[in-house]
Design a protein around this ligand. Structure first.
Ligand code: SF4
Length: 904
């Protein structure tokens, strides 16, 4: 083991008393809301988590993912030891091999033949060291991150308009505004705690108008006054129309425009040329004239307006322009830099913002410096004492994997992310990695889809084990604390990178603790960062450059800039109307709106992708928690009733989507919240959890030409009913991949449930026994025509598998009681109950889980609605549903509404 590690200051409280109970303040590791968490720890186990009351992101709230952090903490799928070519080796062997291989490749083909692919899940300190190593020492800017898939468009929109990548507002603005326009954001699912704050503000101030612009009627519309289901990709037409409207009706702030901005005339002229009245906007957006007029009036006539935008804007081949079309309207009316008034880009990942601070994208340098200024490049090189500073931008994510396929990049190090699932055209990415000479993967989980492609697998510490900072969507830096010992031989990412750098012979990586890195990062933010008494660059945390270990270990959340002028942080920027451009004025950008690259052809529909309520990214962590798979158990496709009729699809049948040779199989959900001709498929499922449901494999690798962000929200796909001949379920203790055309895995307390289906008729008993040769004893039930089959398999009288299947499209579903019998010793008399699937008449089926926190099902809830509970609060009082994280409240309201409609 390296001396660096043996002499390192231990991080967090690694030694716990055997029986003591500790509480530690930390930060949630999932989304960009960045909630503060208090973890309760006993015997080196997190036994409970609560929202931290004093954290400004959540004030005590947590969503279901955050409140289940402890359930995903001790995964049996952890990667515990380094592996090279599938053999467990020592760290010394793994790092020596990796460094030598990198060096060989660089000496043969040059530094641009290697690349890093990072993640918004990394902590800022990890990110900083990775960026420093590759850009300053290896000598290439071929370093990109999965944040490219998330908010690269917003970064460029900000830079073009403000001269720096700045979110001007804060979460409080969402509560204090009078008009909140959410564009391309299903905050109820993607940013649940922010949504809860907005919902509460709406309850307290009913005059707060909430507008949702989204092709789908999502759960977020539960609190909306107006929902406009505009045509996918038409957002920039909407905002160009708004700019025209503001000018035409004299709502622009001429003084603000003259004093604090430039380029207004050109931007207005471009907008008017394309969308010069409300009717043109309605036609371009395929939306109601009246609704558009109402939203334009709301924007124009209220001083306090926030436009919150997210992936529906960013994940587009014209995402940068869409962001600027929004910002133009705020600049034209001076609705920026004031309480309750700003454009607000909300980030997806917990540390997307931290990655932007350290320059983790291929077209950035550190500390908001860039490659377009040689002085910046030289400045960073000198600060790092970098022997081999990259001089030009590197390859962005999509181009990086193309370069691997073409043999130009021969070694890649992927950290904390799963591109084989999350990249567009993900099958291509998988194939490209198979061609790559050296694939290194640092991971927490041993067998992600990407880890399977690794030649070198390096175990990294996870949440609760590692120390460092994250920055959320409102620029708030919080500490993620290490309070557990690393699992197995796992090391912190910054340590792994530093050791690797030392193996390559580089100096400047002798960090002993994350505070060393944080202080260097803070000092770099101050470098030449003044212009006429004000910072030249927005990112400035110079006041933290001399932070002590005690201060760092007890760091309270703080919003950057944190400098001499603002030692306690900065809630809002641009209050004085001064921006980070050379002139100090904000730039209007002339926008010519354009639609997505491809429209649907005959027999195609437009696929939109996105998040579901209880899962995170590619499920490598949240997929292991039974609670979090209880709400949405299988991949699915939301489809409009009209399309379902035309395609002859029924609710619950399997449907097959295809594009670029990739296919996705999911359950039909007939949903009038979709527009006709458009479907929705969740992005989460990976090859460990379903046979064919990596939705991003279908997505075309079209990108925004300026920022390189892919068009995830708009993919024409073919759609046909899956040719299901038989279907059923397996409830089993065995984690495997059933041999059939379709399967989807659900983790339950004592094992797994697989929903299975096939396209060819099979002899059920024969098939089952092939899947479970280890079973010693079978109990079976079959009809004489072979229409249905039930069987239970035992090993030493313990139940290890139950199979229930029938011919046809729609199969049986298992009960929770059945899942609980797994692994139990089942007496002969009870074995028929197992085949029946329930304990008898006392076993009431609660139905599909709606409230994940308290595991309350649809049947139970519907029963209470019918017996008089007519609000989410009333249901909460009797069933507790919706009373913890509140994520299910939109669904409870929808169920109440549906019940009322049926009654009418
Ligand atoms: S909203 Fe949920 S997932 Fe996001 S940071 Fe908060 S608790 Fe974590």
């Amino acid at each position: 083991m390296s001396s660096l590690i043996t002499t390192a200051v231990p991080e967090g409280t690694l030694q716990q008393q055997a029986t003591s109970i500790n509480k530690e303040h930390t930060t949630c590791c999932y989304c960009g809301v960045g909630c503060g968490v208090t973890a309760t720890i006993q015997n080196n186990q997190v036994i409970a988590v609560q929202g931290r009351e004093d954290h400004p992101a959540n004030f005590g709230r947590l969503c279901v993912k955050g409140s289940s952090l402890h359930q995903t903490q001790h995964s049996p799928e952890r990667l515990l030891r380094p592996r090279v070519h599938n053999q467990e080796v020592s760290w010394e062997q793994a790092l020596s091999y990796s460094a030598r291989s990198f060096q060989d490749i660089i000496s043969k083909y040059g530094p641009d033949s290697v690349a890093f692919y990072l993640s918004g899940q990394l902590l800022t300190e990890d990110y900083y060291v990775a960026n420093k190593l590759i850009k300053g020492f290896i000598g290439t800017a071929n370093v990109d991150t999965n944040s490219r898939l998330c908010m690269a468009s917003a970064v460029v929109s900000h830079k073009r308009a403000f001269g720096g990548d700045v979110v001007p507002g804060c979460y409080e603005d969402l509560e204090k505004t009078d008009v909140l326009i959410l564009v391309g954001s299903n905050a109820a699912y993607a940013h649940p705690v922010t949504f809860q704050r907005i919902a509460k503000a709406k309850q307290e101030r009913p005059h707060l108008k909430i507008v949702v612009l989204d092709p789908r009627r999502t759960a977020t519309c539960d609190i909306a006054d107006i929902h406009i289901p505009l045509a996918p990709g038409s957002d920039a037409y909407f905002f160009n129309g708004l700019l025209s409207y503001l000018a035409q009706h004299n709502y622009c702030d001429a003084h603000y425009i003259a004093e604090h901005t430039q380029g207004f005339e050109a931007a207005l002229s471009a907008a008017q040329k394309q969308v010069n009245n409300i009717h043109a906007a309605a036609a371009a957006c395929d939306a109601s004239v009246d609704l558009i007029a109402e939203v334009y009036r709301l924007f124009a006539q209220n001083k306090k307006v926030v436009t919150l935008f997210s992936q529906g804007i960013n994940q587009s081949s014209s995402g940068v322009d869409k962001g600027n079309a929004i910002i133009n309207c705020h600049l034209a009316t001076g609705k920026i830099g004031k309480e309750g008034a700003c454009p607000f880009s909300i980030t997806g990942q917990p540390n997307a913002m931290g990655g932007r601070e350290v320059g983790g994208l291929a077209n950035q340098l550190a500390a908001h410096m860039g490659f377009d200024d040689q002085a910046d490049i030289d400045r960073v090189a000198q600060f790092w004492q970098a022997p081999n500073m990259a001089q030009t931008e590197g390859l962005k994510a999509v181009d990086m994997f193309k370069a691997i396929d073409e043999g130009k990049i021969k070694a890649i190090w992927i950290m904390a992310t799963n591109p084989v699932v999350s990249m567009p055209d993900a099958d291509f990415v998988k194939q490209a990695l198979q061609k790559c000479e050296l694939v290194m993967v640092s991971e927490v989980i041993a067998d992600t889809d990407t880890a399977k492609a690794a030649h070198v697998l390096l175990p990294a510490t996870g949440w609760g084990e590692k120390n460092g900072t994250v920055t959320n969507s409102e620029r708030c830096i919080s500490l993620q604390k290490g309070f557990l010992p690393p699992a197995g031989e796992a090391k912190h990412d910054w340590q792994i990178i530093s050791l690797f750098a030392q193996k390559m012979g580089f100096k400047g990586f002798d960090y002993l603790h994350t505070i060393d890195i944080f202080k260097e990062h803070a000092a770099l933010s101050a470098l030449n960062n003044t212009r006429k008494q004000t910072p030249a660059r927005a990112f400035d945390i110079s006041a933290m450059a001399d932070i002590t270990l005690k201060q760092y270990s007890n760091l309270l959340p703080i919003q950057w800039p944190v400098n001499q002028a603002n030692p306690n942080g900065t809630q809002r920027l641009f209050s004085t109307g001064s921006f980070f451009t050379p002139s100090g004025k904000a730039n209007f950008i002339a926008i010519t709106a354009r639609l997505p690259v491809l429209q649907a052809q005959r027999n195609e529909v437009i696929m939109n992708t996105g998040r579901i309520r209880d899962q995170w990214h590619t499920m490598s962590r949240t997929g292991t928690a039974p609670h979090l798979l209880a709400h949405t158990q299988e991949p699915y496709v939301d489809i409009h009733p009209q399309d379902a009729r035309q395609l002859n699809l029924l609710e619950g049948q399997l449907v097959e989507l295809a594009n670029r040779g990739a296919r996705y199989i999911g359950r039909v959900k007939i949903n009038a919240a979709q527009r006709a001709g458009e479907i929705f498929a969740p992005m989460h499922w990976n090859a460990k959890y379903a046979s064919s449901a990596r939705a991003d494999a279908l997505v075309n690798p079209f990108v925004d030409p300026i920022c390189g962000q892919p068009e995830f929200k708009h993919t024409p796909v073919s759609i046909v009913r899956h040719n299901t001949q038989w279907t059923g379920f397996l409830v089993t203790t065995k984690n495997h991949e059933p041999q059939c055309d379709y399967w989807a895995k659900i983790t339950v307390q004592k094992g797994y449930v697989f929903r299975v289906a096939g396209v060819q008729s099979i002899a059920f008993d024969h098939w089952l026994k092939q899947q479970y040769p280890e079973v010693e004893q079978w109990q079976e039930l079959q009809d004489s025509q072979g229409e249905y089959y039930r069987a239970a398999g035992f090993v030493a009288s313990a139940l290890v598998v139950v199979f229930n299947a029938n011919q046809g499209h729609i199969g049986p579903t298992e009960s929770r009681w059945l899942n609980d019998q797994l692994g139990e010793s089942i007496e002969d008399g009870v074995r028929y109950s197992i085949l029946a699937g329930n304990a008898g008449c006392d076993d009431e089926d609660q139905g599909a889980v709606v409230c994940a926190c308290y595991q309350v099902g649809t049947n139970t809830i519907n029963q209470k609605i019918r017996s008089g509970c007519q609000s989410a609060e009333a249901l909460g009082q009797v069933l507790k549903c919706g009373t913890n994280c509140g994520s299910c409240i939109p669904e409870l309201n929808a169920m109440i509404q549906a019940c009322r409609s049926t009654a009418v």
